[in-house]
Design a binder for this molecule. Structure first.
Ligand SMILES: [Zn+2]
Length: 69
């Protein structure tokens, strides 16, 4: 029984760490199970369907920031 509790704790702290990492990288964005760039469905806690979309999204955000003001 204690094994299950232990692994649940480990799982929660991993999730927290993951969420914090994502918050630091993408402060204004919450995962909604769709790729932020192309809207393809993605897995739980995934933000992008592949690394190309992440690169393109980051590029786009940089351009938006530059063009924003
Ligand atoms: Zn995508």
């Amino acid at each position: 029984m204690s094994d299950i509790a232990d692994s649940a704790d480990a799982r929660i702290s991993l999730d927290l760490e993951f969420a914090l990492n994502n918050m630091q990288r993408f402060p204004a964005v919450e995962p909604d199970l769709h790729c932020l760039f192309c809207d393809e469905p993605v897995g739980y806690r995934e933000l992008f369907c592949d690394s190309d979309c992440r690169c393109d999204y980051e590029k786009e955000q940089k351009l938006l920031k530059i063009a924003g003001r």
